[in-house]
Ligand binder design. Sequence first.
Ligand SMILES: [Ca+2]
Ligand SMILES: [Ca+2]
Ligand SMILES: [Ca+2]
Ligand SMILES: [Ca+2]
Length: 608
Amino acid sequence: MAFRRRTAVLSVVALLSGLVAATGAGAGPVPGATAGPVPGATAAGTADPSLAALVQPQAALPGPLPADPPAALEGAVTAMAAHVGIDLHPAAAIRAAHLNPGLTGRLALLLGLLQDCQKITDQLLAHLPAPPGEMLLRNIDPGPIPEAPALRACAARVEAGGLETENFLRSVPAEGSRLDLWPVLRVDPIGTDDTVGPDYMLSVDAGGNDTYLNNAGGNLIDVRAEPKGLAKGCSNPAYDLAAGRCVISEALLIDVAGNDTYGQMEAPVGGVDGLCTDDLLVRRVVTGGAGAWGVGVLIDGGGDDTYIGKSLSLGAGHFGGTGVLLDQGGNDHYTAIRLSEGFGTLGGTGVLHDAGGNDTYSYYLPGPKYPGVPDHSLGAGCALDTGGVCDGVSRWILGCGFLCGVGILVDDAGDDTYESAPPAKHEPGASGIIRDTGSMGFGDGGGFGIFIDGAGHDTYRGMPGRANGATVTPNDKSQGFFHDSGGGAAAEAADPMADNPVPDNSVADGGFVTAWFTHYIPEKIRVARGSTPQFFNPDLYGGPFGGKRHTITEVRNLHFDPPGPPRFDVSVDFGKVAPLTGVEKLKPGAYDFICRVHPFMKGKLIVE
Ligand SMILES: [Ca+2]
Ligand SMILES: [Ca+2]
Ligand SMILES: [Ca+2]
Ligand SMILES: [Ca+2]
């Protein structure tokens, strides 16, 4: 049962990657975009294989092991250091560490993968209208980011290589001594308990209860910290990038075992978050498996772990980048302020995949410095955003996509607790348009959010409609998908629609109508004359009498209409999306429709 369930969960992710491709989410940013998918993106979806590969990775090396592992590793480390302006001569240290040759060769291959991603990042940065720090400071529209899919595919290769290396480390006895080639490579081949302060591009740890105070698989690297010092850069990325205190690189962290802590709460820095709050918080952004303009991957093999982030953390992608956090077991705790825990924005992709255990997912809100001041003013609490205001609201956590980003949270098993802030109003950027924001499978501005819990008795707090056994499909407020598979025999026997809201919605041009089990959502569709809604079929159960295909087929009212074929008749297979062609030609009025496969499914289209 557990296996079948997991297969179903992952097939949902695979099919949703088709929807993501169809909506254009993850393809590039549309700053200031309002509700609904990207204009023109109405073709039936083609699946993006790299999105499914990020969620369901297969361990794989990127090529044969090098014939001379130490020499290959020396070359890779030297090149990665030179790229950030650091002159390293690692040959002697590599020899002295006496690592297993199989591990040494793998480290060289993994650094080669990161170099491949770095080439894509460099291309991306070369296309930007201004340097990244300046773009953040001046809120410059980045325009299209065509490199986003390539970074996503590169992240999938990094993740696959990291998993293979993890499997290798599990299979061989501990051998050699630690290797520290800051800021490129850190290896603990023994599995001692470590506290890691400086940032590294590649960090490999064979076990032990470790504390990562550094980037922890985030791709913004502090290259100014002393080699043995504590990395501090990127706490204010707009200024730190402009000043060269942190650089845009690529990152992979592999921690094979132990009860680990990622991130630390500290007093806020005066002049930065200290303007907003006196409470403790994580100072840095883009940590814990996060990619901004590049790739960041964190793979944790097991243990009861604590993950603490700020924003753009814990499986987050920004500016076309991809971030992945994969935790393979244990009872874990995840918390961040916002824009985290499976979040993508501006064409970025973020994945948080937890493969098992009774986990807690939550958020924290540093309190206001001056209670009662309005949000977006000094002292309002939380943290300083890149616009230089105190944004005192938590939002966009647990499987959320914004501005053509894709955010995915998948938890395969266990009795989990999920907590987010309630939905909030938000004005994204300079558009002046107030929008709804949310969490737990929520998307807007051409982004797409996916939340899937595969099993267990789970508890939800904060977001309406999210409950054990519930499904929330895309609607006019959110391009998101929430699905909790329920837990226990009672939940499995229950009507899958039991907790499912059935709104009576207006559907914007390009907005979604979905079919679910026995009915359409919404059942009464209001559209403006000349517009074309889309029909999405996420029905993984299939309606009674079999068949996961659904249609929206007009039934002509012979009292009012001349006889003739249906003026709209669209059939969509499970997991696909297609435009409701023909609707755009209809005159104002009411039109009945049914599903050809399930004729008891009835709906009404009102053209206004
Ligand atoms: Ca560890
Ligand atoms: Ca864990
Ligand atoms: Ca779990
Ligand atoms: Ca669960």
